[in-house]
Design a protein around this ligand. Structure first.
Ligand code: MGD
Ligand code: MGD
Ligand code: SF4
Ligand code: MO
Length: 671
């Protein structure tokens, strides 16, 4: 039997998938050829999703801790027992400290609108602390909106009409593989491809030109290019006068400050390359920038994105199909998401804790302290910054931690109670994407593995055990999906709702003329934005500690954040937690290829295998992929080095704004 579903992972491609089912088990997973964007092809991770779904490591029963925290020793208990113990403990915490002493922690294990967000309704009703879910790309969204307002990002297929594609801070080979297919099509038609990154990431294989910038300096690079465009008169005056606000101010007050010599000093990009880039950009008819999120994870991240977003306006790139800038697709507004998150269930607004500062929250918050942590579809002991602080918090004897998971992740190992979670094929949901405009409903296609339950079901059980009476907590996930479809937003109304209901992929239409009627308060592209504290973009410095090497921890082709570490076949392909270093840096430090080194800073130490390669410039170290801490000799992974500091706007993570030093790992050393 073949059943249609959707890839649930935090990936811009959000593929349509077909699951082949025999005797209630998934035996094979393939791409859905009818999906308009992903067209029947899946990445290496999902090509054998059945190995994740039916992995021998799947959690199948609720578990109660029997060993020390972190030791990973548990015994199975019944669901009734688990729910009773949780709600009993919560009642006593609430009586002593108030419900704000309970902190939910969740992110992007599953991207479906219902399963991802239904916990919000439950915790709003409970009166728990709220979590600012800003680890990924909120600074990028902020930067885009500061210039473009609510304007929709272009359709990704437009890239096929481009003659110059700039992959700016994105490793699309790993993270956006269907977009690479479109880039290849454009290339066959003669398009040039540039990659702007901090190292020659795997995607540089399709680039005609790879420009390496100093980490966190892209804002200066964009200003430098704009300086040259202006100096040479390579600007589209007609487009600017009808569609852009504040170019003259930028021209007078900002651009003179960014001559090539200065920009070259800040970015490390040679002056002649800057001149070439400006000439190439101006000479292209339809330049298309695909902007990644990596460069937004710095102390200056929002400003960097804002500055780059101004660039296409200067040459009028927007007016032509195939030109412009692709940021994140914000199709969430196609749904009335409050039907899921139910802010109205909050009696009073409770405090908001930033997910990037979990370490501080667990160790230092008072009034009230965090006394219980409920983690679902996230793995903070691996993915969140300042790992040592987080683990110190998770080790607290008086902290009651519940983790709802598919696998015994590092976070789950520190839990008092572990609840088994269904996979996406065992639960109903409805999906949108941040990489294209297709939406799709999915039903459960196999029964739950073991006794696992979906996020939705667990929150219902907890709600009922706590005596919540709202009808919301007495319906099925499918009922709620029906409501989302039965109450369409004006945008959703434009799709074939019958097809959507039937689980077929449908595409949200982009409004006519959306690339020239901008959804900002002035109706223009706002290079000058009077509602910003700094109304004009300029080069803001990142944080950057005082240590010799920048450290990039970027995605791997074979995992997705910390997901897929349950798969020996994929972990094997990653081989090891490598740290890439430039040959000259290795030589200066007398370090050899393949030797173990410790990367360290004031926050922690992580052991890597050194790989010498000229793909990284001197002064930069790169590690690809997040591994489980369990696979490292000292039980710490790369986020032991990253910091809880936030971006300039939108409180996002600064995961790449980090510096370290390295030293050889001595045999017997195991700190
Ligand atoms: N150093 C460094 N750190 C990073 C990044 C980086 O590039 N470098 N990337 C960051 C980014 S961009 C992001 S978005 C975050 C992502 O961080 P997370 O959202 O925490 O993502 P994952 O590591 O994939 O962990 C998701 C977990 O959810 C579980 N899960 C999957 N489906 C379900 C379900 O339906 N129910 C439940 N209860 N559990 C489920 C999976 O088994 C998995 O363990 O990581 C960030 N951390
Ligand atoms: N296979 C796989 N796919 C994934 C993920 C994964 O972990 N693995 N993660 C998913 C998630 S959660 C997300 S948010 C998306 C992310 O996808 P994108 O936002 O498209 O970003 P990435 O492909 O992660 O690439 C980030 C790039 O930014 C570079 N970079 C870092 N700092 C700078 C800088 O200062 N300037 C410039 N120019 N470049 C810089 C890094 O070297 C890296 O190559 O991918 C998703 N897809
Ligand atoms: S991880 Fe991304 S590319 Fe791979 S199947 Fe899922 S959506 Fe598609
Ligand atoms: Mo992300």
């Amino acid at each position: 039997m073949l059943k249609r579903s959707v890839c649930p992972y935090d990936c811009p491609d959000t593929c349509g998938i077909i699951a082949e089912i025999k005797n209630g088990q998934v035996v094979k997973v393939t791409g859905d050829p009818e999906h308009p964007y992903t067209q029947g092809f899946l990445c290496a991770k999902m090509a054998h999703y059945e190995k994740t779904v039916h992995s021998p490591q799947r959690l199948t029963k609720p578990l109660l801790r029997t060993g020390k925290k972190g030791e990973g020793k548990f015994s199975a208990i019944s669901w009734d027992d688990a729910i009773d113990q949780i709600t009993d403990r919560w009642k006593s915490i609430i009586a002593q400290y108030g419900a704000e002493a309970i902190l939910p922690y969740s992110y992007a294990g599953t991207m479906g609108i219902v399963q991802r967000n239904c916990g919000e309704a439950f915790f709003n009703r409970l009166g728990a602390s709220r979590l600012a879910r800003t680890i990924c790309s909120s600074a990028k969204s902020y930067g885009w909106s500061a210039v473009m307002g609510a304007t929709r990002t272009p359709h990704p297929e437009e890239v096929k009409q481009s003659d110059l594609i700039i992959l700016w801070g994105t490793n699309a080979f790993a993270t956006n593989i269907h977009f690479v297919k479109l880039v290849r099509t454009a290339k066959k038609q003669g398009a040039a491809v540039w990659l702007i990154d901090t190292y020659e990431n795997p995607t540089s294989a399709i680039a005609d030109k790879t420009v390496l910038v100093r980490p966190g300096s892209d804002g200066a690079l964009a200003l430098g290019i704009m300086h040259i465009l202006n100096r040479e008169g390579w600007i589209d005056k007609e487009f600017i006068s009808s569609h852009v606000q504040g170019f003259e101010k930028l021209q007078k007050e900002i651009l003179p400050d960014y001559p090539p010599e200065k920009v070259s000093r800040i970015t490390g990009v040679d002056k002649t390359i800057l001149e070439d880039m400006a000439a190439g950009y101006a000479g292209s008819k339809t330049p298309f920038i695909s902007l990644g999120s990596g460069l937004s994870r710095y102390g200056n991240g929002a400003m960097t994105v804002r500055t780059i977003t101004c660039l296409p306006a200067l040459v009028g790139a927007w007016r032509k199909p195939g030109g412009g800038l692709f940021a994140n697709v914000s199709s969430g507004s196609a749904f009335y998401s409050y039907l899921v998150t139910r802010e109205d269930f909050q009696a009073n607004p409770t405090r908001i804790i930033n997910m990037n500062q979990l370490g501080t929250a667990l160790n230092e918050l008072t009034q009230p302290p965090v006394m219980s942590l409920y983690v679902y579809h996230s793995n903070p002991a691996v993915i969140a910054p300042d790992q040592n602080m987080i683990i110190k918090g998770l080790l607290r004897d008086d902290l009651f931690t519940i983790v709802h998971e598919r696998f015994l992740t590092d976070t789950a190992r520190y839990a008092d109670m572990v609840l088994p979670a269904t996979s996406s094929l065992e639960q109903a949901d409805i999906f949108r994407s941040y990489g294209h405009y297709v939406i799709q409903r999915a039903s459960a296609v196999i029964p739950p593995v073991g006794e696992s339950k979906s996020n939705w079901e667990v929150f219902q059980l907890l709600a009922q055990s706590l005596g919540f009476q709202e009808p919301y907590f007495f319906q099925s996930a499918d009922d709620l999906i029906n409501q989302l479809i039965a109450n369409p937003t004006p945008w959703l109304e434009q799709v074939d709702l019958i097809r959507l209901n039937n689980g077929q992929p449908v595409e949200l239409p982009l409004p006519e003329g959306y690339k020239t009627s901008f959804l900002t308060s002035s109706g223009k592209i706002e290079i000058y934005n009077p509602s910003e504290k700094e109304p004009l973009p300029y080069y803001l410095k990142p944080y950057q500690d005082n240590a010799p090497f920048y450290l990039m921890s970027t995605p791997s082709i074979y995992s997705l954040n910390s997901s897929f570490n349950e798969r020996p076949d994929l972990v094997q392909k990653k081989e090891n937690a490598y740290l890439f270093i430039n040959p000259s840096d290795a030589q200066n430090r007398k370090l050899k290829n393949g030797q173990l080194v410790i990367a360290f800073n004031s926050r922690g130490e992580v052991i890597f295998e050194l790989k010498i390669t000229d793909k990284v410039p001197s002064g930069v170290l790169v590690t690809e992929g997040l591994f489980w801490n369990q696979s490292f000799p000292n039980n710490r992974s790369v986020n032991a080095l990253t910091s809880q500091r936030l971006t300039d706007q939108a409180e996002a993570s600064t995961l790449y704004d980090v510096k370290v030093d390295i030293r050889p790992f001595e045999e017997g050393e195991n700190n």
